[in-house]
Write a protein that binds this ligand. Structure first.
Ligand code: FAD
Length: 480
């Protein structure tokens, strides 16, 4: 791993944890809420990719908003820096300490508070695991508006703090649309109650949006009210192969036109991803469901009429084959085949870390240009590594992964700043959905104007004047 500390200097204004601090935390959280055990703290110090590692001595496990409030109020007065942590599946080094920040895990706050069966509104605590929420609402005839490969570990609070996109974005849109209310604890311990469950509320500035995607830099999200769409009875999944990228692009447009309201996912992967998934993923049925070509597309439809939806998808596939957009394709015949198709797509991240080092980029680029950077990167990297391109094509979101056996400065120099400059030239975003974290805090200017960055810094200073919340992340050090 590359030590997180290599990126920035420790800010000497922060205090160093002492035994009085630990005693205070024990007095509010009890012994079980204050973890100093080296092994447990080590796990919380390391990110999912094994790329970023902090050196915190302390992990706190609050069980209520009141406890989070007491922790922050104390840390603010003592000027102890903290890092909020959800499921620790973030991919930009945002959820682990850079130095000795106190880790505040929301894992102990995992209660469902209410579910409004009529309107499909779920209210819960921030530490609920996404997959558990999915099962809960599905039993009641609803689904979560988001789904992602990390669902078994990530928390809804982490999803909100990163404004996670994921696999249902094309259909249900961003969390800025589905989150109705939040409860947030500010740096000084103030509890900001914005936990409404209203669809419409135009009473001035909609402050909750500031916390959606702010990666723990403005406050700790403790409760959430979220709108869940109705669960529809018919889902179909097709796995297709295409000859070239332009066919994938045309297929997307055709799918939007022909499948319209039932289109619920449009994911693409190049052949390098598929080869990797077939090699490393457990539980994937070999051989591939379709004949090998250069590109693969997974299309999902979700609708309310089994026979109508299936006929629509079949007609669409037939037409696409006749038009030469699709080289080969199958529609899953049962749930197990459908989940096998999804397992291939969702398992690419998991398969890539098995190679050793992964340089991950998560870019928003106009769809016409989206694969150009993968090809350019491939020629830059040569035989130093393997370049994968996949992602949420329907949202113009490319995941560009460069794999190699170990992290090296030489490889990094081939990739950066090229990848950011290229994206900036297309007026794309250097972070479509993963956030900036530590990895891209200093790169924000590739996607935001200096005026916008200045205003962000002013908001940060207003809400967190001692800068105790998730330091060194999101914003460049120079503006704070
Ligand atoms: P963490 O990783 O713990 O934290 C992420 C950030 O949020 C950190 O900055 C942390 O400080 C902050 N934070 C966490 N909880 C809180 C809180 N309660 N209050 C304030 N700040 C908080 N992301 C996508 O968007 N789309 C995908 O499709 C996707 N697929 C993935 C697939 C895999 C296999 C993996 C490993 C990751 C994937 N991710 C994806 C990235 C990651 O899962 C998301 O960013 C997720 O939303 C993070 O949630 P978490 O609970 O793990 O948060």
């Amino acid at each position: 791993f590359s030590s997180a500390a290599a990126h920035v200097q420790r800010n000497p204004a922060y205090s160093v944890l002492n035994s009085d601090d630990v005693s205070y935390f024990k007095s509010i959280l009890g012994e079980s809420g204050v973890v100093q055990d080296e092994d447990r703290v080590a796990v919380a110090n390391m990110d999912w990719m094994g790329k970023y590692k902090g050196s915190s001595q302390l992990l706190l496990l609050p069980k209520s908003t009141a406890e989070v409030s007491k922790i922050l109020s104390y840390c603010n007065s003592r000027r102890l820096a903290v890092v909020p942590q959800g499921g620790n599946t973030g991919l930009v080094g945002g959820s682990v300490p850079v130095y000795d920040e106190v880790i505040i895990s929301l894992g102990g706050m995992d209660k469902i508070i209410t579910f409004d069966n009529v309107n499909g509104i779920l209210t819960c605590e921030a530490g609920c695991v996404l997959e558990n929420l999915s099962s809960y609402v599905e039993n009641k005839g609803f689904i979560m508006p988001l789904d992602l490969g990390a669902k078994g570990s990530c928390h809804i609070g982490g999803n909100i703090s990163t404004n996670a996109g994921g696999l249902r974005f094309i259909r249900y849109g961003s969390l800025h649309g589905s989150v109705l209310g939040l409860e947030v604890v500010l740096a000084d311990g103030t509890v900001l109650d914005m936990l409404t469950t209203l669809r419409k509320d135009n009473t001035g500035y909609d402050l909750k949006h500031l916390f959606i995607g702010s990666e723990g830099s403005l406050g700790i999200v403790t409760k959430i009210a979220i709108l869940t769409p109705a669960k529809l009875p018919s889902t179909n999944v097709a796995f297709l192969s295409c000859n070239d990228y332009i066919s994938c692009q045309k297929l997307l447009l055709a799918a939007r036109r022909s499948l319209g309201e039932i289109l619920s996912a449009f994911e693409f992967m190049d052949r390098h991803c598929i080869n990797l998934a077939m090699k490393y993923l457990e539980g994937v049925h070999n051989p591939l469901p379709v004949s090998p070509y250069n590109f693969y597309v997974l299309i999902e439809t979700t609708g309310s009429d089994e026979s109508y939806d299936k006929a629509k998808l079949e007609a669409f596939l037939l037409r696409s084959m006749e038009d030469g957009l699709v080289a080969d394709g199958v529609i899953a015949q049962d749930i197990s085949q459908a989940s096998n198709f999804w397992r291939i797509r969702e398992g690419i991240s998991e398969a890539s870390v098995k190679v050793g080092a992964v340089y991950k980029y998560d870019l928003s680029i106009p769809v016409e240009k989206l694969y150009d950077i993968v090809e350019e990167m491939r020629s830059r990297v040569g035989d130093m590594g393997q370049v994968l391109g996949y992602g949420h094509l329907g949202d113009g979101n490319l995941h560009l992964n460069i794999l190699s056996t170990k992290y090296s400065d030489k490889m990094l120099a081939q990739i950066e700043p090229f990848v950011y400059e290229w994206t900036s030239k297309q007026r794309g975003s250097i972070s479509a959905e993963h956030g900036l974290g530590l990895m891209k805090a200093e790169k924000i200017h590739y996607s935001k104007s200096s005026e916008a960055v200045q205003l962000m810094a002013s908001i940060k200073k207003l809400l967190d004047p001692n800068s105790i919340l998730n330091p060194y992340k999101v914003l460049p050090q120079s503006v704070l």
